[in-house]
Ligand binder design. Sequence first.
Ligand SMILES: [Zn+2]
Length: 157
Amino acid sequence: MQYILGPKCHDGCVLCAPENPAEDEERLIVYRGRHVFVMLNRYPYASGHLMVIPYRHVSDITELSAEESADLMAVTQLACRVLRKVSRPQGLNVGLNLGEAAGAGIGMHMHLHVVPRWSGDSNFMAVLDDVRVIPEALAETCRRLAPVFAELATCSA
Ligand SMILES: [Zn+2]
């Protein structure tokens, strides 16, 4: 619903990080980097579906500075390491949807998806269709992933 406010009103953007870190868990933010942060997707394709998002409200990768681009890649690598450690997926999808035809909203805050995958997991969607389960499952996943991000970020620094 908040997308209706349009690209100029960043206050209504669900992909802009809250200024107050106390709201991080409620917003499902599991890690804050220098230029980008990591948030759980509220409508996951699979359990542990993450989004790596620049703090700056930009809609395209070409708008990122060199520093932001480098941090986007470094934190994406961190997200892959965290998911491999916690969820032990058999594969990962990492990708961007840029532009309306590719599935992004107009002026949408760009975000990079990191989705853990298992062989034959398409049936998993049926489980996730039960929306009543999702809010608790998301909060639980958030609490499980955040400390691992903190731990592995320190290791690689
Ligand atoms: Zn935004």
